[in-house]
Design a protein around this ligand. Sequence first.
Ligand code: PGA
Length: 244
Amino acid sequence: MSNLNVVIAKDYEELSKKAAEYIASSINAVPNGVYGFATGGTPVGTYKALVDLYKEGKVDFSKITTFNLDEYYPILKSNENSYDYFMKENLFNHVNVDLSRINLPNGEAKDPALECVEYEKKIVEAGGIDMQLLGIGTNGHIGFNEPSDCFSSSTQLISLTQSTIEANKRYFESEEQVPKQAITMGIKTIMLVRKILILISGSSKAKIAKEFLKGSITPKVPASVLQMHSDVTVILDKEASAEL
Ligand code: PGA
């Protein structure tokens, strides 16, 4: 199963604890490093466990720089469904991170193309990302890099596929309110990260977990490109690992 480091946790709680420990030990190893965070249902438990580790004095966020993977476009930061709001609610408001060193693609940007160029530039200027947390969509996307005929490159504005709109509408009052576009780090941006932690939870992800880990490398399953990265840890819970 390629060179990926695969860890199977007994349930979601154990997955979350293991993921939080991985992130905390990465931060402890490089306290002034650059860390990439992700949103979605899967990492919520990880962020809770990380806040617990912080409260126990086991991790210090004060010197880190952060870059989030993606953000809807357009969306106001004050919108409860923005990823800006999610990160504050789930992590940043509860730990001693320096808010001036937090970066997310700006869903309020007037010129999204320029925002993408500047976001990518900021990552490079920060020295690249030491560790990136990822989830995976049921369609195999990482970030909002949707299944396609070719792998994407750097940070870009993309259109959400119908399957992603369907998957994310649960957070909005109606499907019409789901933004139709997003700004996302590209596949190349992600492949340049020094180490990657990807979390897969629940029976709805069992099929894509198998395609990602055991299938061939194809832009139809964007996550499959990670098989070519030299430092990837995959934590699955038992349900997600059912077809491996
Ligand atoms: P989820 O999203 O954690 O809400 O399932 C993951 C993703 O779409 O990347």
